[in-house]
Design a protein around this ligand. Structure first.
Ligand SMILES: [Zn+2]
Length: 106
């Protein structure tokens, strides 16, 4: 799980996108989990805007990226939001990460 400096990410377009892809490449599950600390809970819209900008940028390089957002909840009261980004891993037309996305078999 990686904690992000969202202010820095906002001011440096491309940095978070590159880092996201690095984490995915290093992970055997092709999964990167980014956390939004509770300190940012009041500005989740701002964080989301930065994330979407960076996710779209990463997706230009890797069109097969998927994302899931979950709240920290009782287990992680210090975390406002967990952002799980992964590269889909297709087996028989379904992603092994249980996404709803299905690849059209051509
Ligand atoms: Zn997937």
């Amino acid at each position: 799980v990686a904690e992000i400096d969202w202010t820095r990410a906002r001011e440096n377009p491309g940095e978070l996108a590159a880092w996201m892809l690095e984490l995915i490449d290093e992970s055997p599950d092709k999964l990167a989990i980014l956390e939004v600390p509770i300190a940012w809970a009041d500005d989740l819209n701002g964080v989301e805007a930065v994330f979407i900008r960076e996710f779209d940028r990463a997706k230009l390089e890797r069109p097969d990226l998927g994302v899931k957002l979950t709240a920290g909840g009782a287990e992680r009261p210090d975390v406002a939001l967990l952002i799980a980004v992964h590269e889909h891993q297709w087996v028989g037309g379904m992603c092994v990460h249980g996404c709803r996305d299905e690849r059209t078999v051509q």
